[in-house]
Design a protein around this ligand. Structure first.
Ligand code: NAP
Length: 624
């Protein structure tokens, strides 16, 4: 134990810690029945809290150690997971969640099933993008010894975390949920890591696991054409040295959906004499000191950057088209307490169970999105959980705005929480109450040379406009074109009802092409944290590729019938969920596409989607 770490220090550490994680980590060490009998942290009375803290401190005084907790066997793991949430989980849930405490480094990543295939001369997998998903695929290829190249349009790894550098950008779930199982224990300086740290984490992963040396940076994919005679994709990249053409046997897309900014096209925009900034093109020398600034948009981006912009500007006008449900997060914006860092290093199992609990908070989210007809018949809006959250968040808005009724009327949404992606508060409501900050909800009709005119005829004079208007999330694989069998362009194939895929990954007529984070991939409920999903989808692609190699096949394609069947079931599953109902305001939701289809999310109960993606149904695929 270090010189400055005495009993009082350890007590402070435990008091600052997630007490549910402490409870499980301590039980794992001691099997003390008094600990397993304790309720969840929020339900602890003073005596129970003291009992837990006292026992944890006493144990640590004697046993603090930098050893890692060994992986518990399945029975023990399940006991601990049930203890963590005080709920017995079913087999389906156990399978989907057992890797969340991350005792194993490479769960879901596959090994060769049977003998390692001979890799044909010149064989290559092209991974597009070096953000989270592209790197997950690269690590999977490294482990299998599959030749691959990452093609990245930017000069560095990081994906959306490289693109977005606006003020106060940071993750909005606890930092450790952003770690891959295979690269944990990153020393985050804040509980919710800043964008720069996420970028650095990804660069470290890229270098440490060999991906960096296999990456061609400044390679922007323009077009990919499947050569049916050779079963090879021909890729054309724009590079600083002109167009480069490369052959690849497989394409694995890790291009994400938050890379292409959505630039609004307001009438008169070209006549505006001031500066227009999209957050994903943030100028390093941005300076709003003494300026009048407009911020358009109140999604996660607009909400994150407002306070910092308003701190500089002389006057800030926020243009809100649709109110959002914006909620607080404990420890958001706070530096990591050194006591917690000490705890991670010296309380074996604490990191694992803290991570588990951080994700477990999302296990119940399915409850928010499924209807309760009885509840509605009795006068409720959607279901009891949803209505309670609506009441809590409304009270939060009221408290943050100091009860300003005019402001509150503009800020409280008329649709249910969880219809859209939840937004985390970065002092946004409080910032709106400043004397030099104004919230405008009249629709924008045009830009003038000196400002923005709204429908009520007011011209708002501004020098800088920040367009926090989001990304082209509906345009998968765009702006590149993919030409599959029979000369079919993917964007033509998707033109009738928007992008679709089988299990979010594969599309008929586009053999040997996989998407990670493709259409309908974002798990809507049941929570398991995204890094593990990137690994799961990568493993699916790798399973198909290795099997084809072993069988001497050169083409893997989803059967059209399986694709149709899957999407029909998906649409049916989506139809009853909140997002597609009036109460979910589908017309205001970027998760729903212009054809009225749910497009970003997987509507399935999370653990069920997990099962679908981890158990390959070979009957649905054609290997030839
Ligand atoms: P977004 O969620 O799509 O929000 C765009 C905002 O701009 C909305 O308020 C939208 O209004 C408004 N808007 C768009 N076009 C407009 C127009 N023509 N006129 C007026 N207002 C307009 O985009 P985002 O905030 O950039 O977020 C994108 C995604 O990245 C989200 O999934 C978000 O959660 C994620 N993100 C995550 C983090 C994080 O994890 N830390 C940080 C930032 C972003 P309407 O609501 O009326 O459409």
């Amino acid at each position: 134990m270090g010189a400055t770490v005495d009993q009082a220090y350890i007590r402070r550490a435990i008091e600052l810690a997630d007490l549910n994680a402490v409870r499980v980590a301590l039980y794992a060490q001691t099997h003390d029945p008094e600990i397993s009998a304790l309720p969840m942290a929020l339900a602890l009375d003073d005596a129970q809290r003291e009992l837990l803290i006292g026992k944890a401190v006493a144990w640590l005084v004697d046993n603090a150690s930098t050893e890692r907790l060994p992986r518990p066997d399945d029975a023990e793991l399940r006991t601990l997971m049930n203890l963590a949430t005080k709920e017995e989980m079913g087999d389906l849930e156990f399978e989907a969640r057992r890797q969340l405490p991350a005792f194993e480094d490479f769960p879901f990543m596959i090994e060769w099933d049977g003998p390692r295939a001979e890799i044909p001369e010149g064989f290559r997998i092209a991974i597009i993008g070096s953000g989270y998903s592209g790197l997950a695929m690269a690590v999977q290829c490294e482990r299998l010894g599959l030749p691959y190249t990452i093609f990245e349009r930017r000069p560095e790894p990081g994906g959306t975390w490289s693109v977005n550098r606006y003020p106060d950008i940071r993750v909005d779930t606890i930092s450790i949920t952003y770690e891959f199982n295979f690269e944990k224990d990153y020393r985050w300086s804040e509980y919710f890591g800043r964008g720069k740290e996420v970028r650095e984490y990804l660069e470290m992963v890229s270098k440490k696991y060999g991906a960096f040396d296999n990456t061609k940076f400044d390679h922007d994919l323009q077009k990919a054409t499947f050569d049916e005679a050779r079963d090879v994709w021909v890729l054309e990249f724009a590079t600083p040295d002109g167009t480069q053409t490369v052959d690849a046997n497989y394409i694995v897309n890790g291009v994400g959906t938050f890379a292409n900014p959505k630039f609004p096209s307001f009438p008169g925009l070209e006549s505006f004499r001031g500066q227009v900034v999209h957050p994903s093109r943030w100028p390093a020398d941005f300076d709003a000191t003494g300026k009048r600034v407009a911020v358009i948009g109140n999604g996660s981006t607009g909400v994150q950057l407002l306070e910092q912009v308003a701190n500089q500007a002389a006057h800030t006008t926020v243009f809100q088209r649709t109110p959002q449900w914006i909620s607080p997060r404990d420890k958001y914006g706070q530096a990591m307490d050194p006591e917690i860092t000490w705890l991670i290093e010296n309380f074996p199992g604490y990191w694992n169970w803290w991570r588990y609990m951080a994700i477990a908070g999302l296990f119940g989210t399915h409850g928010f999105i499924v209807p309760d007809e009885e509840w509605v018949a009795k006068g409720g809006k959607w279901n009891a959980m949803s209505d309670q959250l609506r009441a809590d968040l409304t009270a939060y808005i009221r408290a943050q705005t100091g009860g300003d009724e005019e402001l509150i009327a503009k800020l409280v949404p008329d649709y249910a929480p969880f219809s859209r992606r939840p937004v985390v508060d970065n002092n946004w409501y409080k910032t709106l109450t400043r004397d030099n900050v104004e919230l405008v909800t009249d629709p924008i009709v045009e830009f003038t040379p000196d400002g923005i005119r709204t429908e009520d005829g007011t011209e708002h004079p501004v020098d800088i406009v920040v367009t926090a208007t989001g990304f082209e999330v509906m345009k998968y694989l765009w702006p590149a074109d993919y030409v599959g069998t029979g000369g079919l362009s993917i964007h033509d194939f998707w033109s009738t009802d928007g992008p679709r895929a089988y299990l979010s990954m594969t599309v008929p007529h586009f053999p040997n092409m996989f998407m990670l984070y493709g259409p309908n991939s974002q798990p809507l409920s049941g929570g398991t944290g995204l890094p593990i999903w990137y690994v799961i989808w990568s493993a699916y692609a790798a399973t198909c590729i290795t099997r084809a190699l072993q069988e001497g096949k050169t083409r893997v394609e989803v059967k059209a019938e399986a694709f149709e069947r899957y999407n029909k079931a998906l649409d049916e599953e989506a139809s009853s969920l909140l997002l597609m109902q009036d109460e979910g305001a589908p017309d205001k939701n970027y998760y729903i596409n212009e054809h009225g289809r749910m497009q970003v999310n997987a509507p399935w109960y999370g653990p069920e989607f997990h099962r679908l993606c981890t158990v390959v149904n070979w009957d649905d695929l054609e290997l030839s």
